[in-house]
Design a protein around this ligand. Structure first.
Ligand SMILES: [Zn+2]
Length: 396
């Protein structure tokens, strides 16, 4: 009796100690969890509105936050037109204005291409596809100009249209760059020792990104907000969707959240770990697979994942399509047996016809390598229909 009592006491105390450590550990990691939000604004240049850019800097200054401006050193007038154009070099006057904000700690500068002019009218890119030597020349000229006009070392590169290739990475490494900020896309053959801070959302999705980051098990979630002057209604009636006041209010709200840290790209590279290329590659692989699921089933869409759980996502995709296939075939089986089984010719035509159609659809979808959610749904539904019909047909 006594022994039994001792056993219970021992196990319960082990349990209590375990619970204590468990709660202590999770409380500690929750306390340490910081959502990192980087702000990156592209396109300031000699031809952009300095007044608007300063207004945005004032909003960041008021909240004590810092923002990265991706500056175009030798802007052209129409970036989408590949025909030869006059270039406008970033000016000393504008450099002086930006310098004030760099000194205040509000502005962090990055190099955003050379002229931002596309090489191709349809598939837009300034750097991707260009030869190595021309890329090096453009990158070094741009860096030199910005560093001459402003008191800052330029070590971050933002390729126009977020398009780059292995030559860009090599050119950056040999020109003193440490960081590249583009999108969450990468070629699996690329190799680089640079740090990568890809953008993850536009301002309109910041709230969704924060909800996602708060729910995730990642202790250092990273959200990179990419915005442009034309996102503001005051600057562009055509594309704008937020006012300066709304943006400023949002910054204030972000600043007031204890679990959120606002930062520039340079601050992120010095404060955060694990920004190497492998993380980008696994995020890209995850995002590609994620295209096969409805967004309501995805846990990561607006953050840059610390370690993308590709296998878990694959299991989700398999379960999703298996359930869909099963449901469609059961419904069609019931309907066919109820309505068509009396008409044997109709049944035969429907069964063989649907099989032929589903084979054609599957072959067509397999050829289209970018086929995603909608195409997969059509393929699975058509297979489900013919399976249901076959089941009823063969029962006869
Ligand atoms: Zn741009």
């Amino acid at each position: 009796m006594y022994k039994k009592h001792l056993f219970y006491r021992k196990t319960s105390s082990i349990f209590l100690v375990f619970m204590f450590f468990f709660t202590a550990v999770s409380a500690e990691s929750i306390k340490d969890k910081k959502i990192n939000i980087v702000f990156r604004m592209d396109d300031p240049s000699a031809v952009s509105s300095t007044e608007t850019e300063v207004k945005i800097l004032e909003a960041f200054y008021k909240t004590g936050a810092s923002v990265t401006y991706g500056i175009v050193p030798f802007a052209c007038e129409d970036a989408s037109d590949p025909a030869p154009q006059d270039l406008y070099s970033f000016t000393a006057d504008k450099g002086n204005i930006f310098n004030t904000w760099i000194k205040r700690g509000t502005l962090d500068i990055a190099l955003h291409g050379f002229s931002h002019q596309t090489r191709n009218a349809v598939d837009k890119s300034e750097f991707r596809g260009a030869d190595y030597h021309s890329q090096v020349e453009k990158i070094q000229k741009g860096k030199k100009l910005l560093e001459t006009l402003m008191d800052a070392k330029v070590t971050t590169f933002i390729p126009p249209w977020n398009q780059y290739d292995q030559n860009t990475l090599k050119a950056l490494e040999s020109s003193g760059f440490t960081t590249l900020s583009a999108a969450q896309t990468v070629d699996k053959t690329f190799m680089s020792s640079l740090q990568f801070i890809p953008y993850t959302v536009e301002p309109i999705h910041i709230k969704n990104a924060i909800e996602e980051a708060r729910a995730s098990s990642d202790t250092q979630p990273l959200i990179v907000v990419l915005f442009h002057v034309y996102d503001f209604i005051e600057a562009s009636k055509e594309f704008g969707y937020m006012t300066f006041d709304e943006f400023e209010e949002q910054l204030k709200w972000l600043k007031s959240q204890e679990d959120i840290r606002l930062m520039s790209i340079s601050q992120a590279t010095s404060m955060l770990e694990n920004l190497h290329m492998n993380r980008l590659k696994s995020a890209y692989k995850y995002n590609n697979l994620a295209k096969y699921l409805p967004s309501s089933l995805l846990s990561y869409q607006h953050t840059y994942q610390q370690s993308a759980q590709w296998e878990k996502l694959l299991a989700k995709v398999i379960v999703f399509y298996s359930i869909l296939l099963l449901l469609v075939s059961i419904v069609i089986y019931i309907l066919a047996c109820l309505l068509l089984s009396k008409f044997s010719l109709v049944m035969k035509v429907a069964t063989f016809g649907s099989t032929l159609i589903s084979v054609i659809i599957a072959v067509y979808a397999a050829q289209d390598l970018v086929s995603h959610f909608k195409e997969m749904i059509i393929v699975i539904v058509s297979i489900g229909i013919s399976l249901g019909l076959w089941k009823c047909y063969s029962k006869k």
